[in-house]
Design a protein around this ligand. Sequence first.
Ligand SMILES: Nc1ncnc2c1ncn2[C@@H]1O[C@H](COP(=O)(O)OP(=O)(O)OP(=O)(O)O)[C@@H](O)[C@H]1O
Length: 739
Amino acid sequence: MDGVGRELEATMGDEDWEAEIIRPHMSYYVPVFEKERYSSGANGDSFNKTPASSSEMDDGSSRRDHFMRSGFASGRSLGNRDPGESNKRENMSTVGGFGIGKSFGNRGFPNNKFEEGDSSGSWRESNNDCEDNQTRNRRFSKRGGYQDGNDSEASGSSRRGGRGSFRGCRGGFGLGSSNSEYEQDEGTQRPGGLFGSRRSALSGTGNGDTYQSKSSGSGRGGYKGLNEEVITGSEKNSWKSEAEGGESGDTQGPKVTYIPPPPPEDEDSIFAHYQTGINFDKYDTILVEVSGHDAPPAILTFEEANLCQTLNSNIAKAGYTKLTPVQKYSIPIILGGRDLMACAQTGSGKTAAFLLPILAHLMREGITASRFKELQEPECIIVAPTRELINQIYLEARKFSFGTCVRAVVTYGGTQFGHSIRQIVQGCNILCATPGRLMDIISKEKIGLRQVKYLVLDEADRMLDMGFGPEMKKLISCPGMPSKEQRQTLMFSATFPEEIQRLAGEFLKSNYLFVAVGQVGGACRDVQQTILQVGQYSKREKLVEILRNIGDERTMVFVETKKKADFIATFLCQEKISTTSIHGDREQREREQALGDFRCGKCPVLVATSVAARGLDIENVQHVINFDLPSTIDEYVHRIGRTGRCGNTGRAISFFDPESDNHLAQPLVKVLSDAQQDVPAWLEEIAFSTCVPGFSGSTRGNVFASVDTRKNFQGKSSLNTAGFSSSQAPNPVDDESWD
Ligand SMILES: Nc1ncnc2c1ncn2[C@@H]1O[C@H](COP(=O)(O)OP(=O)(O)OP(=O)(O)O)[C@@H](O)[C@H]1O
């Protein structure tokens, strides 16, 4: 760390962090794509429609313009700050915004090529957002050369932009790293140069005026290093070593100092909710299947759950008057002490289905306030794959435990580790965490696991897949973690591929129950699905046309990569459509700001990668547009499930590009027809022509599982009655091989 970094570090002790807590509601920066902030054309920056010969990414000007407009503020203005100014960082950042800077200059990209798959590497889209752990393990080595703003967070000269480095982009697009799109348990801040640059050519040349674009010179061409992996101590910087050294480690780069603003404390905000929709009652007609032995009967009302008065009062304040099917079945199962794998359509109340019985149990057992315990030993651990989702679950836990002595705490990557610890030591009965941060906390012995009675995996299929599965396995074998016989393990998702169900056996008691509400992996029927055949070069035009028709209704636009999210968001802003974006290369602060701006309607369009595909419950999202289809049908189901929630209706429009999406034709046809949607003839034709005899769908584009997979192996399922219909799974003894 250089002198400036050290000095800044010194000025940013815990006291500063505390100070940040005290002024949490400070406006950190301007919204990401506030329409009025864009003075289009200031530098002749018209957005060039991509010629047919170029790729989706072939748009240097858009990138430049975006930087120009969206806050890669001039290195000049910020870069020369005196180190002593660090304590003004919030104010600076407020100002920084999307200041029109000179940083990226008007010089264009003379020979710029942003082409996918161009091995000469001007711009390639090799970094899928959904990076797995291997990618995560390399993330420090891949972090960006130019610091993507958030100057209050990073430390060191790189953070301060030096002279002309690309900084000050508060709220602008974070382009600097390739951290895991999913939970990035960052013990450290994005170094922005400290660990070498993926984009060194972007470094300004002194005054921030230059956005250099060389099509040669670095060996990889123009916008150098966008996909470069500059390995700088790879293993040292791996997730694992981060867990070991983490934020207190001294080799990991600048500390993450971001402390999320505390959620509002007033009762109205805590219980704020949106209305159930006209189709809420139709949930009752969905077929429910329960498999496994001795399933307790479903309950039909909240009263039957026999919850304590405070819980009932909280349920009422949350506006819940009637149980959803997954709640009817899951609540008695969990109250009965059984392990559970539950699969129900998106937006149908799975969160409350596990929170309410857990809270009821904790209350019944007479939990005492844990704030004065030396070592916090949560009774419940909830894990989810993304930061925003785990935060949402935490807010639900906080809502339902309001007025009780049960204390929920949330911790996730991208936020200050010390802050998480301070929250935990104040008492922690329910710990909501993303996996990496959880392992970090456990490895540092900040919590004990001996008291864990409930382990909840939300989005369980994602939590058990190749990305997070190994971490989950580590979690259950951590010292002190009660064995599966001694704890209750609960898994929830809208999708559960067969192979993942099989893996789940390792986590669950052999006699677990499986609840399937409707078709496992099926799409929510309240979402009207439309599939349009659109080639990649026509997508942007089509998108604008659709968004103009939509007007101000809240819309999520999904794209496949982080970089494309930047491009499309920039493009839409240039089209004067107020847009913000969320993806894994953005700072946590920016991600939260983006979500906030979208939630409140300030930016009615949110361009997102799959980081926002699962679980997010945002009021009034009327449309989902799959600008790019995802690679699997399950992901499609989750994405379109951001609309049409809780009985409300929604619309999903997906661009199907026959060049790249044919593998999805068959599962799409199935999802559409199962959800009673129109299936376009052309899609059926493609599905038919790409149909592989005996296709079982276990790879990309897999067809979802239709049942509890135990039945496939045991072949002896039967039905029991639990309200609608149900089935009985094999004798648990037969399932021993799962253990
Ligand atoms: N019984 C109920 N009555 C009214 N509203 C409910 C009820 N249960 C849940 N909700 C509301 O429905 C919305 C969706 O719930 P939730 O987020 O738990 O869905 P989910 O099934 O977990 O969705 P996803 O699969 O997308 O994660 C939330 O706003 C929640 O507060």
